[in-house]
Design a protein around this ligand. Structure first.
Ligand SMILES: Nc1nc2c(ncn2[C@@H]2O[C@H](COP(=O)(O)OP(=O)(O)O)[C@@H](O)[C@H]2O)c(=O)[nH]1
Ligand SMILES: Nc1ncnc2c1ncn2[C@@H]1O[C@H](COP(=O)(O)OP(=O)(O)O)[C@@H](O)[C@H]1O
Length: 193
């Protein structure tokens, strides 16, 4: 059974870092999503996101789409199918609303990782280090979605693997264990239970 690892958690918790690790170590293909958010320095269209305008955003067919911190984000079935054509395990970085939709739509094919850090201050420090502008960080922190995604939503409780990404060595071990479980699960046929 094909699987998609949905990675959720607050800004700066390490979602992108973990998606990159899963690709580099295990060849897990990242599903690239669409956004109207401005490109950060070091980001590339077609690699980090498909960067869209408000007009071009609507040209795509979305499995789900959200508004997050004043911008639009959406993921397509085509993107997921493209990833699965290369590897039976894909990953996608989503907000918690997207993670809930994925779970509803794709059921047993979804494995969820929820990241958190012990201290909220760590998040801001990481965003500064990542090179985000103070203005962009403040805008993000002031958004209702940012606050919401600090917590694992009820709909995902019992279904998500929660990892504290404070110490990278510890995180890598947890991700390796998680990946092995997902890999085993791909050997099951759908609806086998
Ligand atoms: N639902 C949904 N969320 C997305 C999609 N693409 C990205 N996101 C989420 O949107 C939020 C903002 O992403 P981004 O602006 O890249 O900020 P980051 O969290 O600092 O990396 C994050 O929680 C992402 O996981 C998508 O296609 N659908
Ligand atoms: N365990 C960690 N310890 C220290 N820095 C980290 C850790 N995990 C990620 N980072 C760094 O924090 C910043 C934010 O991580 P990123 O993966 O972009 O988060 P997200 O995609 O959740 O917004 C990046 O500069 C990344 O290199």
């Amino acid at each position: 059974m094909d699987k998609v690892i949905v990675i959720a958690g607050p800004t700066g918790s390490g979602k992108t870092t973990i998606a990159d690790y899963l690709y580099q170590k295990y060849g897990v293909i990242k599903v690239i999503t669409h956004t109207t958010r401005p490109k950060r320095k070091n980001e590339q269209s077609g690699i980090d996101y498909y960067f869209e305008t408000d007009e071009t955003f609507d040209d795509n067919h979305y499995l789900e789409q959200v508004q997050y911190s004043y911008y639009r984000y959406g993921s397509s079935y085509e993107g997921l199918r493209r990833a699965w054509s290369k590897n039976s395990i894909a990953s996608i970085v989503l907000d918690t609303a997207g993670a809930i939709t994925y779970l509803k739509e794709l059921g047993a094919q979804v494995e969820i990782l929820f990241l958190r850090v012990n201290e909220e201050k760590t998040l801001k420090d990481r965003l500064l280090k990542r090179g985000d502008s103070l203005e962009a960080i403040q805008k993000r922190i002031d958004s209702p979605e940012y606050r919401r995604d600090m917590q694992l939503p009820e709909e995902l409780q019992g279904r998500a693997t929660v990892i504290n990404n404070d110490d990278w060595e510890h995180t890598k071990q947890k991700i390796d264990q998680f990946y092995q479980r997902v890999k085993e699960a791909t050997k099951k046929i759908p609806n086998e239970g």
